[in-house]
Design a protein around this ligand. Structure first.
Ligand SMILES: *[C@@H]1O[C@H](CO)[C@@H](O)[C@H](O)[C@H]1NC(C)=O
Length: 300
């Protein structure tokens, strides 16, 4: 003889199930499926997609993804320190770097990438796919030759040789006419689960093009006409796009921090590559991952 449980009994089961889910099931599941969790930023934007060009986000030991410091002696003539830095924003930290690469270095990276391009992908939190409505460009994984290694070192030095910071393998991104990348974040919100992109250098390797600006709709135009060398300024009463838009200039770079000190992402780093109108643009991303040291207990 089966009896139907009383309503109050069913309700109390549910109460017991909540802690079971919170403290047992959910941590267990996130161990088994450590994929990026959903993220939303301050002003309520859900996180649409992020630039996850390389391999699985959390596998930092995999050197197909990270450039390990492997003791290969660097051979960097002149150290490449002939660049000039201009502070654009303190919070989030955004800096503009003139001549981060000299023209020989930029030209070399364009040359070595030329035969290696494949269509760029986007990642929606679950799948990687080619989606020309969001991103139309080709990408090429760069070998770690002398130039690339010097650049890794330059990127580390620029950030004060910060501990627990790893440079992601570098990709050149080529945009033909109509090539573009819709607004996105470079960070994933995955710091608590192993690591996230602390910072981005967006370098222009080739800028033989019209259009193709890099737009940050949530950053404000800094005062000072001098910025018009690097940023699109209002001309002839034309309405500029929201925020600020960097002109593609060969060898120059934009540097920004994606994460606050507490590891959450800055919504102001939302950015896009505007469509190229004519010619070709080649960009280079230098992403620095931050992987905090694991605590003795806790921490998955
Ligand atoms: C860009 O142009 C190159 C050379 O013409 C071509 O091979 C490539 O498929 C083009 N890429 C895109 C995304 O249109």
């Amino acid at each position: 003889m089966t009896s139907v449980p009383k309503l109050s009994t069913v309700i109390s089961w549910f109460f017991y199930l909540i802690p079971v889910y919170l403290f047992v099931l959910n941590p267990l599941l996130s161990q088994i499926f450590p994929g990026p969790i959903s993220v939303s930023s301050d002003d309520g934007d859900t996180f649409d997609e992020f630039d996850k060009t390389a391999a699985p986000a959390l596998n930092l030991a995999d050197d197909s993804f990270i450039s390990p410091e492997d003791g290969v002696p660097s051979n960097c003539p002149g150290e490449g320190d002939g660049y000039h830095v201009h502070l654009l924003s303190r919070e989030p930290l955004v800096m503009y770097i003139e001549n981060f690469l000299n023209h020989e270095e930029a030209g070399h990276l364009v040359d070595v990438s030329v035969n290696k391009y494949t269509p760029s992908i986007v990642y929606d939190g679950i799948n990687e796919r080619v989606d020309p409505s969001k991103r139309l460009s080709d990408r090429a994984l760069l070998d770690r030759d002398d130039t690339v290694r010097c650049l890794e070192e330059r990127a580390r030095a620029f950030q004060g040789w910060r501990p627990h910071l790893y440079i992601e393998r570098m990709w050149a991104q080529r945009y033909n006419a109509s090539g573009h990348y819709r607004h996105h974040f470079d960070w994933t919100g995955s710091l608590a689960h192993g690591g996230d992109r602390l910072s981005t250098f967006m370098v222009y390797l080739d800028a033989d093009c019209t259009g193709g600006g890099t737009n940050f709709p949530r950053l404000r135009m800094p005062p000072g006409k001098q910025w018009c060398r690097f940023l699109e300024c209002e001309e002839d009463g034309q309405h500029p796009p929201p925020g600020i838009t960097f002109k593609p200039i060969k060898g120059n770079a934009i540097f920004w921090e994606n994460l606050r000190p507490d590891g959450t992402g800055y919504p102001e780093t939302w950015h896009a590559a505007f469509p190229v109108s004519s010619g070709t643009k080649v960009g280079l991303n230098i992403w620095s991952w931050y992987q905090p040291p694991k605590r003795k207990q806790r921490q998955g």
